[in-house]
Design a protein around this ligand. Structure first.
Ligand SMILES: *Cc1c(COP(=O)(O)O)cnc(C)c1O
Length: 382
């Protein structure tokens, strides 16, 4: 497909406010490495607005997941429960520590890990559960936390897609021991690449800083808590530059507006596609209550793999980029090598074959949403 002909991409990076001004300010202030004034502002924004114990910016959600695996002391041969219907980083972070991802099937309604199937996937080697809130829709956290408590497991939320979505009045990413956010350009608020680790348990606060700063006690040294700056633990370089934090902070200031705008586009799609759902042509996405929806992904579910591929091709030929989501990890080459599936992955296999993700970005016009839905209708008229 000639990408030049694409008129409606599935994502468009955007600027909403002071991004470039803040970058200039960071340059003028003269600190471009990490943990300067803009990074601190981002930490404070996350702590104040989400209510986590401590927030640490990272260069990606992938980095945050890797830090979480280290913080939980994941060792070779440990097992970690997660859905197969997720992005590769959810699993990779633990495989890098030698652990085995154990894939559990998803619920047909939310496409999130099926909490009723978790207990049968546990073994004496299980150390953690990693719920992924697909499309910003919350997993059944009460049930998951209860299983974790009974079995002494850590809960690490992959909240890459769920900034400012809630579960029972708590922000996603602040409910488990640790939460991982992404600010990749395809997410709701962006800095190109970017992420954050949300620490919700005091026991991880100090070591979180150390792991992020190459295994040194640099942060404590600068606060005057220790008199020598030295190597104290394993770690890596997980902090973003001030240039990235400056861009990100400008987006954080507009976060409510961004999410309101995305939600409006989401609602327009729902309204325009409702008739096709009534005719039984497709299934619309799960919609929770208002506050639990951050308008991150709008997907539809069609009736077969052939129909999905046909629809994606049809939309592409009309200049509209729609995509599928994801190749399930349990059936990927690395997933088969490093992980294992617990039980049949019926819903995962069936739904990932039939899901189409539609264009949705900040600044998308009603006309564009209308055009996408019109082409979908035409496709079904055949
Ligand atoms: C985007 C995403 C990630 C990875 O985020 P990066 O910031 O690109 O590393 C991880 N998990 C899920 C569920 C995601 O959607």
């Amino acid at each position: 497909m000639d990408e030049k002909k694409i008129k409606i991409p599935y994502n468009k990076p955007f600027i909403v406010g002071q991004e470039l001004y803040y970058i200039a300010q960071a340059v003028i202030e003269g600190q471009l490495a990490g943990d300067g004034p803009f990074t601190k502002r981002c930490h404070k924004w996350l702590e104040d607005n989400l209510g986590c114990r401590k927030a640490l910016l990272t260069h990606s959600c992938t980095a945050s997941l890797e830090m979480a695996a280290m913080l939980c002391g994941i060792q070779p041969e440990d097992e970690v429960i997660m859905p197969s219907f997720t992005f590769v980083s959810t699993a990779n972070a633990f495989v890098l520590r030698g652990a085995v991802p154990v894939f559990v099937d998803i619920r047909p309604d939310t496409l999130n890990i099926d909490e009723k199937l978790i207990e049968q996937a546990l073994s004496p080697k299980t150390r953690a559960i990693v719920p992924v809130h697909y499309a910003g829709v919350p997993c059944a956290m009460d049930e998951i936390l209860e299983i974790a408590r009974k079995n002494k497991l850590y809960v690490i939320e992959d909240a890459a897609q769920s900034l400012l979505s809630t579960y029972k009045d708590r922000f996603l990413g602040t409910i488990g021991h640790l939460g991982c956010l992404s600010f990749h350009e395809t997410k709701n608020i962006i800095s190109g690449e970017g992420g954050a680790l949300l620490i919700n348990d005091d026991m991880f606060c100090e070591r979180g800083e150390v792991i992020r700063e190459k295994g040194t006690n640099r942060s404590q040294f600068f606060r005057g808590e220790v008199d020598k700056y030295t190597w104290v633990d394993i770690g890596s370089s997980y902090l973003p530059s001030e240039l990235v934090s400056a861009f990100l902070f400008a987006q954080m200031e507009q976060a409510d507006k961004i999410i309101r705008t995305r939600n409006r586009i989401f609602q327009t799609y729902l309204y325009l596609l409702r008739p096709l759902e009534s005719e039984g042509k497709l299934r619309l996405p799960f919609v929770g209550n208002e506050s639990s929806n951050n308008g991150h992904i709008f997907y539809i579910i069609v009736s077969s793999l052939e129909q999905r591929d046909g629809l994606i091709k049809y939309l592409n030929s009309h200049g509209i980029k729609a995509i599928f989501h994801y190749v399930p990890l349990h059936s990927s080459p690395a997933g088969r090598k490093y992980g294992r599936a617990s039980g049949e992955m019926k819903q995962t296999n069936s739904l990932s074959d039939r899901l189409v993700r539609l264009p949705l970005y900040y600044g998308m016009k009603d006309d564009e949403v209308y055009l996408v839905t019109e082409h979908i209708s035409n496709f079904f008229k055949g």
